[in-house]
Design a binder for this molecule. Structure first.
Ligand code: G3P
Ligand code: CA
Length: 330
């Protein structure tokens, strides 16, 4: 018996042979398993998994600098992520934190421009992006904290990021703290919509070389973006400390009313692997974060960890600090 004995039935399904001895049946099962295995492997290999460079190639260059974005493109990123904040004069800039002191020399250049905030019971000095103008932020060194080779790197505007990446990879902007900006009269979603329109990137497929996916932890911002830019994909993020860590079907159905995908912390997927299948059943993509060589858990390497999430668990894409380690095949 060989694979030629496998006939196709009227519905184009693989049908068993008509005469079946015990030995033939065992052989048939083995061949079928092999055939299904090949089909499943071929299916997995044919799926395009998307590589999102988290804050750029941030394992190798200072996060959210043009150097990190350029390296991400060189390492083959499908998308380069930008976390966005808004300056005092209303410019969108790329920075993960709401404040500047972790990744720049703002303390030295603007020693008196902090506000005091209580964090975990202690008063801290914080230099907020929203309190400095773009011209002031452009004076900051956003590279030295990472390494002297990057001394003098600037905080990029979102427009500078678009100009650098466009044509070579997609854009994956995240609205950081939009509710805080709204509270002081800054319309962050509106600024992002305007920028996308000005660049002709406000509809899916407008520039096939530069797809855009929007992301936020803030549901109401994603709703607004969905109303105004309905063809762009929107990913709703949630973190490992999310009080609703258990993502029920009811919650997924609610998310599907304003988003096209979910972006869970990878710990959530590990704790609840059926989340992927349940999200897919509702048409939601799954893009967990963050995969980095410095924290691979039980895996020997970040490549192994990403391979498991992509091809065993079946996520659609993922955020990684190490774009060069992204496995394209199982
Ligand atoms: O946006 C996905 C992931 O980047 C969320 O975490 O804190 O790095 O922005 P964070
Ligand atoms: Ca982010």
């Amino acid at each position: 018996m060989n694979t030629l004995d496998l006939a196709m039935d009227r519905n184009n399904r693989i049908a068993p042979p008509k005469r079946r001895t015990r030995q033939a049946a065992i052989l048939w099962i083995a061949v079928l398993a092999q055939a299904l295995g090949s089909l499943s492997l071929a299916h997995a290999q044919s799926q395009d998994k998307a590589l999102v460079a988290h804050r750029g190639a941030s394992a190798y260059a200072p996060e959210h600098t043009l150097a990190a974005y350029r390296l991400a493109v060189e390492q083959g990123a499908d998308f380069v992520e930008q976390d966005l904040g808004v300056t005092r004069d209303g410019e969108l800039v790329c920075l993960h934190d709401d404040t500047l002191e972790r990744t720049t020399n703002v303390r030295e250049l603007f020693p008196g421009r902090f506000v005091e905030e209580e964090i975990n019971g202690r008063m801290r000095q914080r230099w907020r992006v929203r309190d400095l103008t773009l011209a002031e932020i452009k004076r900051l060194d956003a590279g030295s904290w990472f390494g002297e080779a990057f001394a003098g790197a600037q905080v990029p505007t979102w427009q500078e990021a678009i100009d650098l990446i466009r044509g070579d990879a997609g854009l994956y902007p995240e609205l950081k703290s939009p509710a805080d900006y709204e509270a002081i009269g800054i319309d962050m979603p509106g600024l992002i919509i305007d920028t996308l329109r000005q660049n002709g990137l406000h509809t899916a497929g407008a520039d096939p070389d530069t797809p855009v996916i929007l992301q936020s932890f803030d549901a109401s911002s994603l709703r607004r973006l969905g109303d105004e830019l309905p063809t762009l994909p929107r990913v709703f993020l949630f973190g490992a400390r999310d009080p609703d860590l258990l993502i029920t079907d009811a919650r997924l159905r609610e998310i599907a009313t304003f988003a096209t995908g979910i972006g869970p912390a990878k710990a959530i997927v590990t704790a609840q692997p059926d989340l992927i299948e349940r999200a897919h059943a509702l048409g939601l993509t799954v893009t967990p974060y963050t995969f980095r060589s410095s924290a691979t858990g039980r895996f020997d390497s970040v490549a192994d960890e990403m391979r498991y999430f992509l091809f065993t668990l079946g996520v659609d894409a993922l955020f990684t600090d190490n774009p060069d380690q992204f496995p394209r095949r199982p």
